[in-house]
Design a protein around this ligand. Sequence first.
Ligand SMILES: [Zn+2]
Length: 359
Amino acid sequence: MERATGVNLRGLRRRNSALLLGEIRRAGGLSRIELAARSGLTQQAVSKIVPALLAAGVLTEQRQPAAGVGKPRTRLTIRADARSAIGVQLDRDEVHAVRTDLLGDVQARASIALPRGYSPAEAVSAIGECAHRLHGDGLLGIGVGALGPLDHRTGVLRDATNLPGWREVPLRDRLTEAVGLPVLLDKDSNAAAFAHGWRADGPVPATAVVLAGTGIGAGLLIDGSVYRGPRTNAGEFGHTTLAFDGPRCACGRRGCVEVLHNAAAGRGDPAEAARLLGIGLADLVQVLDLERIVLAGRAVRGAPELYRDSVAARLGELLPSPHWQRVRLDLDELGRDLVAAGAAAEVLAGFYEDAAEPG
Ligand SMILES: [Zn+2]
């Protein structure tokens, strides 16, 4: 029983540490009183964790002139340069990497083109080279957003479609060995969703971040956090069927959203590609009761307004009740950095939990 209590207290401390750092980060700085009010923690709980975060060099405090006659307040801010993280997108034709500060803001970038049908060794070497170029002080680790299917808990890439030689590849462990830093592996679309959750100002609506690039995936923010499913297979929206007797898809099925969308985009018809995506997304809204869709990825970046308007038109047309089933539709603003920035933020989120731990 003793042991169970200890574990719970430690878990609580980690959760509170992440909660407090998250509130300070989003607000850009808070007094202890504001911090207690925003986080819902007692002032006593706040005062237990803040000294550890100050001692770790993660927070700084500045005196602020008192408003009126009260005691002067001190304002707590995150020391952005105290730590950094590298985030990587492993795509079908390139590695794109960023280094972020402790707030998750991108400080530097590096990219390397990959040959068609590249091997795991080529991927490891390209990611290692990017990490070498971006190396800086206080580096916590590397987050990688990769093509699925993969298992984010074991860090194993299962069977990347269109990439021969990629069956059950322990990518996380191979990278850890190659770069000598902790590595975290997630699906590219999940990292994209994480990036949007990280940047949200308040409560996160039920959101799909749709990544339409070389493939199509959807990262899902459900009940405030990324929903990956028990096998990291949630959000495989690109391989849902639009036309059961349609053209054969790389996944083996016919008429998937991805194969139809990419065929239209490939013959230079982005309007049709966007229309097909919108039809698929209306189904996704129906299944998950989505409140928000964010359109992202290379295909969208090529014709952003066209995609936004076309998807909005399909949702208006296909959802049974546009009155109460209203969906906010946004274009992603992180552009090419989206997946890499999200993967780096996943590394930072892990550190936010650990930051108040001694040593
Ligand atoms: Zn498919």
